[in-house]
Design a binder for this molecule. Structure first.
Ligand code: DON
Length: 585
C-alpha cells in the first residue's frame, strides 16, 4: 500500500491516475490558491559568504548560553561552544538532555562551507529483541519501555562531544567542558521547570536509591525553587571525559560500571555495546524553497524529510497573494500529508532502505498538492496511512553562530522527562529512555502515540527514529539557525519557524510566534491558546477542519540569525520558558 500511494501521488503529476480527492463542496477555490506550476526556488539557492563579526547563542538556559560565550572568549569556535552549551545543559537541564542521552548536531564550517550532520543518536543494545518489552500476554509493557534501564539505548552524547572537539573545535575538550564541570560542582539555582520535572518523575526516581539520592535527596522530595542544586558526581564524570575523551566513558572501568549496574537492574547493556558505539557523519537533507536553501536533519530523524515534503507542497502556491486563513489551511494540509508519510517509510539509514529521493522530490510534492482542496479539509481517513504521534516536552535545542560564521544547530535529548529515571550510582546522570522511540512491537503506539513497523524495529545496533530537526535557513541576505524540542510537534514548529523567517520575521518573533499543528491522526488541528482568533477558528471549521484551540503552549525554540546585507546578528529565545536566553556579542 505504501509504495502504491507514493506511485499514485506521482501519477497525479502525470495526469494519468489519481489519489483520493477531497469531496467537491459549495466552497469554490479562491483563484489565487491555485498551485503555481513550479517551485522556482531551486535555480536561486544561495550559499553563505562573508563573516558575521559577532557571535550569537540561544539556548534553554542562561547559564548554558553563558558557558558558550565563556568558551568563545577563550578562543573557541562555534563547535567548542556547542560542546560547552551542550554540557552545561546536561548539568542544568537534565530533564531534557544529558550525558546519558543523544542528539543531532547540524554543523556548518565557515572555512570551506562544509555542512554536515553529526548523528549521536542512541543505539539499541545487542541483546535487543521485542520480547524484552512485552508482558506475559505479549502486549507492550509501557513501564519497561519508558522506565528503568531496559528503556535506555547506548548514549551518544559523550562521543559527540569528543568528536566535535577532535574534528571541528579549536580547544581541547577539557577547556570546552570546564564551565559545565564548574556548574555541576558549585551548583545552580533550582528553577520551576527543573523542580516540576523531578516532581513528576518522583515515583520512578524512588525505585532506585541511586536515582533518589541524586534528585530527591534526604527529604525524599523534589528540590524547591531557589535552592542550590549540586551534582559533584556529574562533575567527576565530565572530568573523566575531559581527560580521556570518549574512551573514558565507553571503555574501561567506567563502561564496566555502567554495564554492571544496568544488568543488575534488569537491563542488557554490555561493555561490548558501549565499546561499539560510534557517532555517524551524514549528509544533511537540503532543499530549496522560494530562493532559500534549507539544510536539515536526515534519517534517523524524520524531520528533514517531513519538512521537505511540507515546504515542497507550499512552494507550489503563491502564498504572498493569499489571505491568512487560506494560507493556514494549505499549511495544515501540507502537515497532514507529510505526517502520513513520516512513520511509513523511515528508520535507521545504516540498515533501512528508504525512498528519500522520491519523498523529498518536488514532483512527489506536486502529487500531494494535487490532492489538496483549496478551501476544504481532506479528512485524514481519506489518505491511506498509519497512526499518529502526540506531543511531550523534554528535549532541548540550542543555536550557535560564531563571529566567523561557523554554525551549530543542536537538538539533543534523553527522551521523556529525566529519561528512564535510572542513575548508575555515583555517575550523576540519568540514562535515556530512547528505546521507546522504536516501534518496539509492530502497531503498538509509543509514548508519543507513534506506531511503526519493521523499518523502525528495535534491532541490535539500530538507531530509533527521531523527530528532532535542527536546521539552517540560508537566503541571499539572511541566515538562520533554528530548532526546538516538542516530540512529534518539533517538525511543524520548525516548519512554521522557517516560513516566518523566510517572511522576514526577526529571530525573536520566530521563536515567540503562536503555533498550530496537525499530524494526520488524530484528525485535529491543535492550536496554542493565542494562535487563532475566534473568527479564524470558525473559518477553519467552515473549511471542514476540527480545531482544538484551547491547548497548552508547547516547544522551546531557540534561533540565531545573521543579516549579511546590513551586518546585524540576532538571537531569539522562546518566551514560553523563563530561563531561555539569547545573547549576541
Ligand atoms: O527523538 C525524538 O523524536 C524524541 N525522543 C524527542 C522527545 C521530545 O522532544 C520530548 N519533548 N519535548
Amino acid at each position: 500500500m505504501k509504495q502504491t500511494f507514493l506511485a499514485a501521488a506521482l501519477c497525479v503529476v502525470l495526469a494519468a491516475c489519481g489519489v483520493p480527492q477531497p469531496p467537491a463542496t459549495a466552497n469554490q477555490a479562491p483563484p489565487d490558491a491555485t498551485p503555481a506550476a513550479t517551485n522556482d526556488g531551486a535555480a536561486r539557492a544561495p550559499s553563505i559568504t562573508g563573516r558575521p563579526g559577532k557571535a550569537a547563542i540561544a539556548s534553554a538556559h542562561a547559564l548554558a548560553t553563558d558557558a558558550g560565550f565563556e568558551v568563545l572568549g577563550k578562543g573557541g569556535n562555534a563547535f567548542d561552544a556547542a560542546i560547552a552549551v551542550g554540557a552545561a545543559l546536561a548539568v542544568v537541564e537534565p530533564q531534557s538532555s544529558g550525558i546519558g542521552g543523544g542528539g543531532f548536531f547540524l554543523l556548518r564550517r565557515a572555512s570551506d562551507d562544509r555542512q554536515v550532520f553529526l548523528d549521536a543518536r542512541e543505539t539499541a543494545p545487542a541483546a535487543s529483541r521485542p520480547e524484552l518489552w512485552t508482558d506475559p500476554q505479549g502486549k507492550l509493557d509501557r513501564d519497561k519501555s519508558i522506565n528503568g534501564p531496559l528503556s535506555a539505548g547506548i548514549p551518544g552524547e559523550p562521543a559527540a562531544f569528543a568528536w566535535l572537539a577532535q574534528h571541528y573545535g579549536k580547544l581541547p575538550l577539557s577547556e570546552s567542558l570546564a564551565p559545565a564541570i564548574r556548574l555541576a560542582r558549585d551548583g545552580f539555582p533550582v528553577y520551576g521547570r527543573f523542580a516540576k520535572s523531578i516532581a513528576s518523575r518522583k515515583p520512578v526516581l524512588s525505585r532506585w536509591p541511586s536515582s533518589a539520592a541524586l534528585y530527591l535527596g534526604e527529604s525524599g522530595e523534589a528540590p524547591v525553587e531557589g535552592a542550590v542544586f549540586r551534582n559533584p558526581d556529574l562533575a567527576t564524570t565530565l572530568e573523566l571525559i575531559a581527560s580521556k575523551g570518549a574512551d573514558g566513558f565507553y571503555k574501561g572501568e567506567f563502561a564496566k560500571r555502567l554495564a554492571d549496574a544496568v544488568q543488575a537492574a534488569g537491563g542488557t547493556w554490555t561493555i561490548e555495546d558501549l565499546a561499539a558505539y560510534q557517532v555517524r557523519e551524514r549528509e544533511p537533507i537540503t532543499l530549496d524553497y522560494r530562493g532559500w536553501r534549507i539544510v536539515t536533519a536526515p534519517p534517523p530523524s524524520s524531520g528533514g524529510i517531513a519538512l521537505a515534503e511540507m515546504l515542497n507542497i507550499l512552494a507550489g502556491y503563491d502564498l504572498a497573494k493569499l489571505e491568512r486563513m487560506p494560507r493556514v489551511h494549505l499549511t495544515i494540509e501540507a502537515m497532514r500529508r507529510a505526517y502520513r508519510d513520516r512513520a511509513e517509510y523511515l528508520g535507521d539509514p545504516d540498515y533501512v532502505k528508504m525512498p528519500i529521493a522520491e519523498l523529498t522530490s518536488p514532483l512527489y510534492a506536486a502529487g500531494l498538492r494535487a490532492s489538496i482542496h483549496p478551501s476544504r479539509a481532506t479528512p485524514s481517513d481519506m489518505l491511506p496511512g498509519y497512526m499518529p504521534p502526540v506531543e511531550a516536552e523534554h528535549t532541548t535545542h540550542y543555536s550557535i553562530m560564531d563571529a566567523d560564521g561557523n554554525l551549530a544547530a543542536v537538538t539533543k535529548t534523553v527522551n521523556l522527562a529525566l529519561g528512564s529515571g535510572f542513575v548508575v550510582e555515583g555517575t550523576g546522570f540519568v540514562l535515556n529512555n530512547e528505546m521507546d522511540d522504536f516501534a518496539l512491537l509492530p502497531g503498538q503506539p509509543n509514548a508519543f502515540g507513534l506506531v511503526g513497523g519493521d523499518a523502525n524495529a528495535p534491532k541490535p545496533g539500530h538507531r530509533p527514529l527521531s523527530s528532532m530537526t535542527p536546521s539552517f535557513v540560508i537566503g541571499e541576505d539572511r541566515v538562520g539557525v533554528i530548532g526546538t524540542p516538542g516530540g512529534s510537534r518539533i517538525i511543524t514548529m520548525v516548519f512554521e519557524g522557517i516560513l516566518a523567517f523566510v517572511d522576514g520575521q526577526s529571530a525573536q518573533q520566530v521563536a515567540a510566534n503562536p503555533r498550530y499543528h496537525h499530524q494526520y491522526l488524530p484528525d485535529v488541528v491543535s492550536a496554542e491558546p493565542n494562535a487563532f482568533t475566534r473568527d479564524e477558528t470558525r473559518a477553519l471549521q467552515d473549511m471542514g477542519h476540527i480545531v482544538n484551540d484551547a491547548e497548552r503552549t508547547w516547544g522551546l525554540m531557540n534561533v540565531v540569525g545573521w543579516n549579511r546585507k546590513d551586518g546585524t546578528v540576532e538571537g531569539g529565545s522562546d518566551p514560553r520558558e523563563e530561563m531561555s536566553s539569547a545573547r549576541v556579542q
